[in-house]
Design a protein around this ligand. Sequence first.
Ligand SMILES: [Zn+2]
Length: 190
Amino acid sequence: MTKDKIMLPGDQVSTSEELLPGEGTFEEDGIIRATRVGTYYVDERHRQAIIKPLSSIPVELKRGDIVLAQVNSVRSNMIIAQVIHVIGKDRPISGDTNGTLRVSEISNAYVKDPTTEYAPGDIIRAKITQVSPSVQLATKDRDLGSIKSVCTKCRYPLYKKDNYLKCDNCGNKERRRTAEDYGEYDIKKF
Ligand SMILES: [Zn+2]
């Protein structure tokens, strides 16, 4: 594990055999995962895995920002996603982070049903189109969309194969609206 790598919620940082889950992490089935965006750090004294926030000075969301958001729920006409990171701003977000992605804002192509495009747990790169009175997101550009998705059956990370995503663990095939750098993203660059 490289020390300065920025971790996303859900990323594996260590195992319960090696370390204890510390701040910014949780343990599930022996795997320690990040609960927030930050850098991985080991507290050697307490043998704890920790995800340090990138900075303590908060930033407010602005229209036009490119952000990372984690999909919480997928409804018949919209997606609810929590904004977790502003690209280029290594700072926590102050204010409302509860974003809405309307079905018409998912893609330039017609989308009938959001469940064919995203699933809960997806980390998506999106553009902020409105901040007030509510945070609105869009993923129409090709560099926007899911950058990381996990299998809806077994939670294993999905990898991109041709025009679908595949689970190495259970063989499940899934579809997502993916960003063109799905699986090879660098969250610092955009
Ligand atoms: Zn699977």
